[in-house]
Design a protein around this ligand. Structure first.
Ligand code: FAD
Length: 433
């Protein structure tokens, strides 16, 4: 039995790792890793937005930290709000706001008129869980900025597992007594060298001999042949007993026959793209912090990260800093057609406006764009994705991965899903022997 795996990102590679069967991975790019890839500028490796290794799933976390050497790092993330640095998460550091805003947040949390309602949108969830002040000052503008979508048109899938902060913690936070939120992300791991790509490479090494990788390859057509799948490519035809899609759904359907209603539903599945801009400076304006998130609409990026924080291998030899900046955009928006030079110039202007860099200290600026970055949980996402995935399941194609399952999944969730799917496929193998 040979399993065909379409896409050589973390999903495809981890699936091959967990499978007992022989598998063949077909990857379009010359490099493996998809969103988990890293690039290099003046010897500093950087990811598509820093990709930290963390997980609530101990087995997956242990696997990822055993596959390669990592640095274990304590989080130091801040929110840059009207010139002030607020510790992440926002609700845990209300004392750093000015008095009027602090009182607005505390009062809105303690006297919350939205308390008794069942939220059906992200915005309603925020208002109910955090109150008006925290929502209006930070959560609503930040989410609107990253999703490029009004949170009143997003459903609650992204946020429903966020616990309501205990009343005592929010009171302490307003009084300036330190507390920590989201403690499962307090410490994280990062590859000692090579960026997140090191995890991709470690998976690729671990499956050597067991799985074949064909890349770069152009798939031309995917056709059902009796009980098997024929995948026609520019490197010849491949016949598989089982086919698993690990690439974005929108890519898969370019090669498949499908009914019109399924295609129309696919077209309604929304996603965001992302620009990453790397700025290397002779000086450091971020201090001992890893990331700043910024909800302010007048700043083009929603997050910037200082890569020096990740370890010695991510520091420029002559000092200074490497900043990684993230800007999401809808594929059909004005931002999508912004010329690269204008984008870079805007990023530098905004960094200067925030007093984080001075133009004369800039050593290098590099921009890259990536089509599939974030799944958008609009109000129809659940039913639309269920229809498309149900169709694929019906014709015998399994899906595994962030844009293959069309879910907000980090690499640990992707590996977890691959492990589950491999368990089912391995079970099938045992049944048939
Ligand atoms: C900005 C950002 C920050 C993130 N931060 C983190 C983080 O800190 N920690 C974390 O764990 N996760 C993070 N993630 C999520 C993580 O990147 C994904 O969960 C993971 O990389 C998804 O892997 P995948 O294999 O499902 O998909 P992808 O990485 O998208 O892989 C799909 C693969 O399919 C290939 N492909 C596409 N089209 C074709 C085709 N036509 N033919 C053949 N192959 C094709 C692609 O080239 C790619 O290799 C982040 C994501 C983003 C966007």
């Amino acid at each position: 039995m040979t399993i065909g795996i379409l896409g050589g990102g973390i999903a495809g590679l981890s699936l091959a790792y967990f499978l007992k069967h022989k598998s063949i991975i077909l990857e379009r790019e010359a490099h493996l890793g998809g969103l988990g890839r890293s690039f290099s500028l003046n010897g500093i490796d950087y990811d598509i937005g820093p990709h930290i290794i963390f997980s609530k799933n101990k087995e997956i976390l242990d696997l990822h930290t055993s596959l390669l050497e990592t640095n274990k790092i304590r989080r130091s993330n801040k929110i840059l709000h009207k010139g002030k640095l607020i510790k992440y998460p926002f609700e845990n550091d209300l004392a750093s706001l000015d008095k009027e805003e602090r009182d607005y947040c505390l009062h809105g949390f303690l006297n919350n008129p939205y308390d008794g309602y069942e939220p059906s949108t992200m915005l309603q969830f925020f208002l109910k869980t955090f109150g008006e002040g925290i929502t209006k000052l930070y959560l609503e503008p930040y989410n609107e900025k990253i999703w490029k979508f009004d949170p009143s048109f997003l459903d609650t899938q992204m946020v429903e597992r966020i616990p309501k902060p205990p009343k005592e913690d929010v009171i302490k936070s307003a009084q300036g007594i330190p507390t920590e939120g989201y403690t499962h992300q307090l410490y994280f791991h990062y590859p000692r060298e090579g960026g997140f790509q090191a995890l991709v490479n470690a998976y690729a090494k671990a499956i050597e001999g067991k799985s074949e990788i064909i890349n770069p390859v152009a798939i031309n057509k995917i056709i059902r042949k009796g009980k098997q799948w024929l995948v026609k490519t520019d490197k010849g035809d491949q016949l598989f007993d089982k086919l698993v899609n690990c690439m974005p759904l929108h890519e898969l359907f370019r090669y498949l026959e499908a009914p019109d209603d399924v295609r129309q539903t696919l077209d309604r599945l929304k996603f965001n793209s992302i620009y990453t801009v790397v700025v290397q400076c002779a000086k450091d304006g971020m201090g001992d912090n890893f990331t700043f998130t910024i909800a302010d609409k007048d700043v083009i990026f929603h997050r910037l990260s200082k890569l020096n924080f990740l370890g010695d291998r991510y520091c420029l030899k002559d000092g200074g800093s490497t900043l990684l900046i993230e800007i999401t955009f809808r594929p059909d928006s004005q931002l999508a057609i912004m010329p690269e030079e204008d984008l870079k110039a805007q990023v530098v202007r905004d960094l200067e406006k925030l007093s984080l860099v001075s133009g004369k200290d800039i050593l290098a600026v590099e921009a890259r764009r990536f089509k599939y970055a974030y799944v958008i949980y609009d109000l129809h996402h659940k039913q639309n994705s269920a229809k498309v995935l149900g169709y694929l399941e019906g014709i015998g194609i399994s899906c595994c991965g962030r844009f293959a399952e069309f879910k907000y999944m980090n690499s640990d969730h992707v590996a977890e899903s691959a492990q589950r799917l491999a368990g089912r496929l391995n079970g099938g193998l045992e049944d048939s022997t």
